[in-house]
Design a protein around this ligand. Structure first.
Ligand code: NAP
Length: 263
């Protein structure tokens, strides 16, 4: 197994991409901390799924925009498992708003969760990783961090920030034997995207028309790269970004958005 006896903390692991990564890690032999902010029942059922795979797991509630909660989550991880080998910064929210009318408080909240939260969780976990001689950090950014999508100013800015934060920390923490890399999922069928489709903010046909591989991503599509970046196989890789999007970025643009909004 590729993560035998490693301890992994996955933020936002109560469903979607975080859950899929947690289960992929458990299948490769890792023990898990399943973080969530609100969805205690969902987090508990992921803990059960991990245990059914023969690994240990606990659920830990912590909002990644709350510094004290992050410290408590890290402490709970170390108390339960003695170490943190892998941190996956996955927790996130979808924020869509016309930039002209977006409340500054909504901008700040988005940046707090999606960018400052990644930094704060990384810093806190890195202090433990340094004590134990190293570790792996896997950030979940987005294709929205690599291109400009209308009405997603805060989300796109935060996700772009994560990509460059990855480069900085990859270079800076190499001396501590900590690797930092990022996965950029494309449009993936989770509650987040389902809600945006239900609200008419995305149109599934438009999305499929922009994805060469002709389907939305599945949360499980992120598991392979996440395992690779957490395992010894990626020991000479740091500061990098892997895009998993069915070809969207190499092709895509929001053609239908322009059609709908042009006078
Ligand atoms: P999701 O199904 O909505 O799941 C989001 C997870 O994050 C949940 O476990 C949620 O738990 C947790 N969460 C939300 N706010 C939190 C906070 N402040 N503190 C701690 N946990 C929090 O979303 P997803 O689609 O799997 O997205 C996961 C990550 O992938 C996000 O960073 C997202 O931006 C990124 N991403 C998604 C897509 C996509 O198409 N789905 C594409 C690119 C990137 P609670 O319910 O307990 O809050």
């Amino acid at each position: 197994m590729r993560l035998e006896n490693k301890v992994a903390l996955v933020t936002g692991a109560s469903r979607g991409i975080g859950r899929a990564i947690a289960l992929a890690y458990a299948r490769e032999g890792a023990d898990l901390v399943i973080n969530y902010a609100k969805s205690a029942d969902e987090a508990d059922s992921v803990v059960k799924e991990v245990k059914q795979l023969g690994r240990r797991a606990i659920a830990v509630k912590a909002d990644v925009s709350d510094d004290a909660a992050i410290n408590a989550m890290t402490a709970a991880t170390v108390k339960e498992f003695g170490r943190i080998d892998v941190l996956v910064n996955n927790a996130g929210v979808g924020v869509v708003s016309p930039s002209i009318s977006m409340e500054i408080s909504a901008w700040r909240k988005c940046i707090d969760i999606l960018l400052t939260g990644v930094f704060a969780c990384s810093q806190t976990a890195a202090k433990e990783m340094i004590k134990q001689g190293g570790g792996k950090i896997v950030n979940i950014s987005s294709v929205n961090g690599m291109t400009g999508i209308p009405e997603r100013a805060a989300y796109c800015s935060a996700k772009a920030g994560v990509i460059n934060l990855t480069r900085v920390l990859g270079a800076e923490w190499a001396r501590y034997n900590i690797r930092v890399n990022t996965i950029c999922p494309g449009f993936t069928k989770t509650e987040m995207v389902g809600n945006l489709i239900a609200r008419g903010l995305y149109h599934e046909d438009d999305l499929l028309g922009m994805i060469p591989l002709n389907r939305l991503g599945k949360p499980e599509d992120m598991g392979g790269a996440a395992v690779f970046l957490a395992s010894d196989e990626s020991d000479f890789i740091t500061g990098q970004t892997i895009v998993i999007d069915g070809g969207w970025l190499s092709y895509g643009y929001l053609e239908s958005y322009l059609k709908r909004t042009r006078k």
